[in-house]
Design a protein around this ligand. Structure first.
Ligand SMILES: NC(=O)C1=CN([C@@H]2O[C@H](COP(=O)(O)OP(=O)(O)OC[C@H]3O[C@@H](n4cnc5c(N)ncnc54)[C@H](OP(=O)(O)O)[C@@H]3O)[C@@H](O)[C@H]2O)C=CC1
Ligand SMILES: CC(C)(CO)C(=O)C(=O)O
Length: 302
């Protein structure tokens, strides 16, 4: 199988490694010639995991290459999904397999609307990875990855994914897993970005705990109305456990805000607020968090 990966960031490179180790051929689709020039010739990707370095080689290409795409993994940030896929759309076929592996929600439905009847999966992961340079990847954790089909007549797993050496959980309830990740991100990410604190510091102050609790209750209310069962325990309990377990981390949203980058707030809290509006549910705390992060975000980037 030949997998094309759109979005050669931390997660795209991590999956390039997983797929290569599973015997798949991998091509990374880079944004443009300028991005291509930043990679060493031969597409060498260096990976360090548990202090053990190894390397792989990927084919490198830009969106305008002419090779047809039969298996596509999209690992851009959620907000880049539509524009990135549009740029390679002429290379897709009716039977192309497409996997979206991202945080946030909304982009999955938007892509379905745009592409119509395709073979589409969504996946969500608790893996952790970061790039030291364009082609130097650190895998912090393989985490757990849930994947499920978004379209009819789509098998449980995309081709070749049964050979991935990672904790991979196929299932027909991917919407629940996307909501669970969304709920945890709603509970932790905007608060850490607004208070400019590590995840664990959310639990060190009664005011922050109260805000997190109120945000969680709103999220639960919306999820329940949308027919989603989040966790067996209340979201505030699960979110506190995640904040504790990742206590030393700076959330992805805080890192984006600190570096002046666009964050995924619109696909996280923004999506939650849209669903609340649709279901006529008031979510004042989450609306405030959304406005707060918008105010901190680079202007014009929504
Ligand atoms: N990193 C992690 O540990 C985890 C990340 N996630 C989620 O995974 C997703 C990806 O995250 P991550 O890998 O960290 O993000 P990165 O920002 O590291 O990677 C995104 C990549 O997409 C590329 N890209 C954007 N638009 C295009 C385009 N039009 N054509 C080609 N490439 C494009 C970017 O290129 P350029 O650099 O040129 O902008 C960048 O290389 C996010 O939704 C994130 O929330 C989930 C769990 C853990
Ligand atoms: C769970 C959490 C909050 C861990 O940092 C995360 O997913 C993120 O930072 O985006």
């Amino acid at each position: 199988m030949h997998w094309h990966i759109l979005g050669a960031g931390a997660i795209g490179c991590l999956w390039a490694d997983f797929l290569t180790q599973a015997g798949q051929k991998v091509s990374l689709i880079l944004r443009d010639q300028a991005s291509l020039a930043q990679w060493p010739a031969g597409g060498r990707l260096e990976i360090t995991e548990a202090e053990q370095p190894h390397h792989i080689h990927c084919q490198l290409e830009t969106p305008d290459a002419e090779v047809p795409i039969r298996h596509l993994l999209v690992a851009t940030k959620a907000y880049d999904t539509l524009s990135a896929v549009e740029a390679i759309q002429p290379r897709l076929h009716d039977d192309t397999e497409i996997v979206l592996l991202q945080n946030g929600m909304g982009q999955q439905e938007q892509l379905l609307e745009r592409l119509g009847n395709v073979r589409l999966w969504a996946a969500t992961t608790t893996a952790g990875a970061w790039l030291e340079t364009r082609n130097k990847l650190h895998c912090v954790s393989r985490g757990d990855t849930h994947i499920g089909p978004l379209t009819d007549n789509t098998s449980a797993l995309p081709s070749g994914w049964d050979r991935l050496d990672i904790p991979l959980h196929p299932g027909s309830d991917i919407q629940t897993h996307l909501w669970r990740k969304l709920a945890i991100n709603c509970a932790i990410n905007p608060l850490t970005a607004l208070f400019d604190c590590r995840n664990g510091a959310l639990l060190e102050d009664s005011g922050r705990i109260e805000l997190m609790r109120n945000a969680c209750r709103e999220v639960e209310h919306v999820a329940t109305a949308a027919g989603i069962e989040l966790f067996p325990e209340p979201l505030e309990v699960r979110a506190a456990a995640v904040a504790r377990a990742t206590g030393e981390n700076f959330s992805s949203m805080l890192q984006d805000i600190r570096h002046g980058r666009r964050s995924e707030i619109e696909q996280i809290t923004g999506y939650l607020c849209q669903q609340a509006d649709r279901l006529n549910i008031e979510v004042p705390v989450n609306h405030s968090l959304l406005q707060g992060i918008r105010a901190l975000s680079p202007t014009g980037q929504r």
